[in-house]
Write a protein that binds this ligand. Sequence first.
Ligand code: CP
Length: 299
Amino acid sequence: MDNLPRGTLVNLKDLSIGEITEILDIAEEFMEGKRANLGDKLVANLFFEPSTRTRYSFEAAESRLGCQVLSFAKEASSMLKGESLYDTVKTFSQYVDAIIIRHSEDNFYEDLLGNIPVPIINGGDGSGNHPTQSLLDLLTIRQEFGRFEGLKIVIAGDIAHSRVAHTNIEVMRRLGMEVFLSAPPELQDDEEYVELDDIIGEVDIVMLLRVQFERHQEKLNISQEEYHRLYGLTLERYEKIQDHAIIMHPAPVNRGLEIDDSLVECEKSRIFKQMKNGMYIRMAVLYRALTKGDEDDSY
Ligand code: CP
């Protein structure tokens, strides 16, 4: 959609490779000590689903940029009197300069775009998209390998319910990466799948996904031990990973389920690095949304 407020970010498909690269570059500048003071800007964080990383790394980013923040609690709002998401967001847009929203509905933003006068940033929509997570994943990969083209990644786990997988598959293929998917039959969608054991020794990146029990209509027909043995990153599978390869996971992690507990913080793991990168990515995304591209007015 044309003419959205600058900095609106609901789906990475809307950004060109150049725009994605620009966000990664700004995030690296913040990591290397770039400072900005957006003290006259006010941001609202509207989280309708639980979150630790996205919510608090946005808050940390807002604080580091000097922004003022309005936090939102649905239980204390007029949504309990029946007010719609649309009217709630439109109301906030009268007070603030940008709005971060996480919501359990896929594409929750469709009715909002074009009607809200400030940038909306998607903090994760249902099983749809998680653009800032993918950006932090890309930053982590670029820091490690210095490129995307030709890299091989296997994304393994609950693909069907994963907004992270859906966003990463599209953008990583667009960047020239070879993306393999591996999942139990119950957790597959209409992509092609491979056995983890057949590919794990060939890839540069092993990305595990959390089994999202809260989104499952039917329970998996296997025990947690069996899931770990059949589909998880076990110690045995870890031995097959190439020396230079890295392990990623968007977290929260079900330790001992999709990944052996002892591997969460192993030498090849970049899981906590991803979390730190998330703060710098969210600083860059906010900076882009709040400065209108005019760097001079932000210092
Ligand atoms: N990776 C991620 O989105 O984590 P949270 O649900 O804790 O925000």
